[in-house]
Design a protein around this ligand. Structure first.
Ligand SMILES: Nc1ncnc2c1ncn2[C@@H]1O[C@H](COP(=O)(O)OP(=O)(O)OP(=O)(O)O)[C@@H](O)[C@H]1O
Length: 685
């Protein structure tokens, strides 16, 4: 058997594990991803049918990468049927593949934007209840989702989301007053989803896990199709995901990897104690540890270890580098984000020109994609190619949603959100008229076919044009052709609606959409999966990169990523932006210890991405804003005494500090001021 000889003993032992269920609990850069890849390859080489191995990860990007790397280690085509997916997209696939078993085949998957639209509709209909609350529709969705993901009661979810988890008599009273109204709205929301055959993301997991827990036939059927479940980033599973995994303990063998110090999804209900309780929850299971870090030099690990040691949580983790010593991490003090952006651009260009580094040796991390906007502007001006990870995704862009709305009503004629979007896209159809047409559709959909209904609801040429279009798309079997037909009919309207940046930004997305559509066998799968995948990358080409300089020929680019999207990534040079007070921890987290500690782990994930050079930038204006004083020029003294700022007390020997000065170029001005004439330049005749 061809097990890579680059595995160390601990990794090899995990790869060859012969028992029932295993958790590999290990720190950053210790080879968890490498191990999960080697495990999949090992199983396939041992004769396990690849289609009976499912890899589960938190992003589609990670799933693709793992599957590709497994295939690369196997002889040609051996791993072709190996599948990797996110929890959501896997459940969606199961629902589509076993339509009777899960009973949700005719449903449409809705994304968070759609969820919000429905909630707004419901709040409008439940005016009495909604009027009694001072809660926004988005907050109602967050409460609903928290309750389902964490399996907490509505009372507890309200307490967490609206009252900062306060447990006193006043809060109890307030919760008891609003709860009945929230309950009414949430029940109405559930009803609406059912009527219009919508599944939100959480429903996908719930539909599958409920069947598996309650129906022995479901367990029996799935056990015929699955032997091994390989789960990445186990520390980020929440109670709902655990509910999904739990029945598989009796169906197949679990192989999970995770790191409690990298748990950064508690806002989605993740509970990193899940990994701590693995042995108790899973019978016949074992937990292995990996100790050595292969990614980073020791100085990078020293500052990461220091950060973790400052936590009140005991992670019992001290990363030790196999690679030995290297550069000291740098802490770069800047006075605003433009200066920061220019400094980063200088650093990257210098590395590129003088240090034989490529652009893709650089990973720039920020808490939010929004924060990196100035950096992106500077990169464009200074011709540094880049791609962005995280942030708004392809299928959520407005022009794509417009076109997909037509495909959605063909797929599910009960889909009110798509109807309204598509109808209001038509010239001369406003929301009121669209609602009227929709009303007729809903009333007649059971007894008549859609083209007829449309012609009755929209007499004249418009109605028959849309009816024909509907029919024409429905008659196609190839999903790519459906996109083509929809685009042909809608391109003029789209070009007009988005005329400001149609040619530069949007038009080029439609061939990509077609390509994406072609890879799905049915329209339903395209809509469901496409929405979930939010394809960021296709054929190695970044779909919605904001950089014009990232052409197909130019594969060398800096990656700008949110920290959350950077899990599992690594780079020679890693630059973490804005490690400033109020940002680490975030000003929003200050009165909640759990959130502060989550922010600490976010920074830990960011730091441990670096292989050779770690650079943290810090905005000194926020330091003076916190303390009403300037940054001391003497770097030996403490730069900040706010209690919570993570870099408080950072020992001098762990970083090299730099202060970036404002650069004012030297000019030769006149020796003395001339007179100015403000009356010049105006002709009053
Ligand atoms: N036994 C090994 N020999 C050589 N290199 C290794 C070994 N194990 C891991 N590495 C290298 O170390 C780096 C980190 O490995 P990997 O990404 O698998 O770690 P990880 O535990 O998944 O990290 P993280 O949780 O921080 O994302 C990779 O570049 C990988 O190739």
């Amino acid at each position: 058997m061809n097990i890579p000889d680059t595995l160390n003993d601990g990794q090899r032992k995990a790869v060859e594990f012969d028992g029932e269920h295993l958790l590999v609990l290990a720190g950053a850069g210790t080879g968890k991803t490498k191990t999960i890849i080697a495990r999949a390859a090992y199983l396939i080489q041992s004769g396990i049918d690849p289609s009976k191995i499912q890899i589960l990860t938190f992003t589609k990007k990670a799933a693709n990468e793992i599957v590709e790397r497994v295939k690369a280690t196997l002889p040609q085509s051996d791993g072709n049927s190996l599948s990797g997916a996110t929890f959501h997209s896997w459940c969606n696939q199961l629902i589509v593949r076993f339509p009777n078993l899960f009973g949700a085949a005719a449903y449409t998957v809705i994304d968070p934007d759609d969820q919000l639209s429905i909630m707004k509709m419901v709040c409008g209909n439940q005016n009495l209840d909604f009027g009694k609350l001072r809660i926004k529709p988005q907050q109602l969705i967050d409460i609903y989702s928290l309750a389902r993901n964490t399996k907490k009661s509505l009372t507890e979810s309200l307490r967490i989301k609206l009252f900062k988890n306060k447990k006193d008599a006043d809060t109890d009273y307030e919760i008891s007053t609003i709860k009945p109204h929230v309950e009414n709205i949430l029940r109405a929301y559930q009803l609406k989803k059912g009527e219009q055959r919508y599944l939100d993301y959480d429903d996908l997991l719930l539909v599958v896990s409920t069947q598996l827990r309650t129906n022995p036939e479901a367990r029996n059927i799935l056990s015929q199709h699955l032997d091994y479940l390989l789960v990445d980033e186990m520390q980020d599973t929440n109670p709902l995901q655990w509910d999904l995994l739990d029945p598989f303990v009796s169906i197949c063998k679990l192989f999970c990897v995770g790191d409690d110090a990298q748990s950064i999804y508690s806002f989605r209900g993740a509970d990193f104690k899940n990994v701590h309780l693995f042995k108790e929850r899973v019978p016949d299971s074992e937990v292995y540890k990996l100790e050595k870090n292969y990614r980073s030099t020791q100085e990078i690990l020293d500052i990461s270890n220091w950060l973790l040691e400052k936590s009140p949580i005991n992670y019992n983790k001290k990363l030790q580098s196999i690679r030995g010593s290297g550069e000291l991490p740098r802490l770069v003090n800047v006075s605003d984000e433009w200066q920061e952006a220019n400094w980063v651009a200088d650093e990257i260009l210098n590395n590129f020109t003088h240090q034989d580094r490529t652009f893709s040796d650089h990973l720039v991390l920020a808490r939010s994609q929004y924060y990196s906007k100035s950096l992106q502007a500077v990169f464009i001006r200074r011709k540094i190619p880049y791609v962005t990870y995280g942030g708004r995704k392809f299928m959520q862009a407005a022009h794509i949603k417009d076109l997909v709305s037509l495909l959605r009503i063909v797929n599910n004629p009960y889909d009110e959100i798509a109807w309204i979007r598509f109808l209001t896209f038509q010239e001369g159809v406003g929301e009121v008229r669209a609602s009227r047409i929709l009303q007729q559709v809903i009333e007649n959909v059971e007894k008549d076919d859609i083209p007829n209904i449309l012609q009755n609801a929209m007499p004249g040429e418009d109605g028959s044009k849309i009816a024909k279009l509907y029919e024409s798309i429905k008659s196609k079997s190839d999903v790519g052709e459906m996109v083509d037909t929809a685009y042909e009919a809608m391109s003029l309207g789209l070009a007009f609606r988005y005329r400001r940046d149609w040619n530069e930004k949007r038009r080029g997305d439609f061939p990509v959409l077609k390509l994406l559509a072609k890879s799905y066998p049915t329209l339903g799968e395209f809509i469901g999966e496409g929405l979930l995948d939010n394809s960021e990358n296709m054929n190695g080409m970044n779909v919605l990169s904001e950089s014009k300089l990232n052409t197909a020929e130019n594969k060398d680019h800096v990656i700008i990523s949110t920290i959350h999207s950077a899990k599992g990534l690594e780079a020679d040079v890693c630059i973490v932006l804005n490690v400033s007070p109020k940002a680490f921890p975030s000003a929003w987290s200050l009165d909640n210890l759990a959130e502060i500690e989550e922010d600490r782990r976010v920074l830990y994930v960011a730091m441990t991405r670096a292989k050779n050079r770690l650079i943290l930038t810090r905005n000194t204006s926020s330091i003076s804003a916190v303390h009403q004083r300037a940054l001391p020029t003497n770097m030996d003294s403490k730069t900040d005494d706010a209690d919570t700022y993570f870099l408080n007390d950072l020992p001098d020997n762990l970083v090299e500090q730099l202060i970036v000065e404002h650069k004012f170029g030297k000019v030769n001005d006149a020796a003395s001021p001339n007179k100015i004439d403000l009356s010049s330049g105006m002709d009053f005749s």
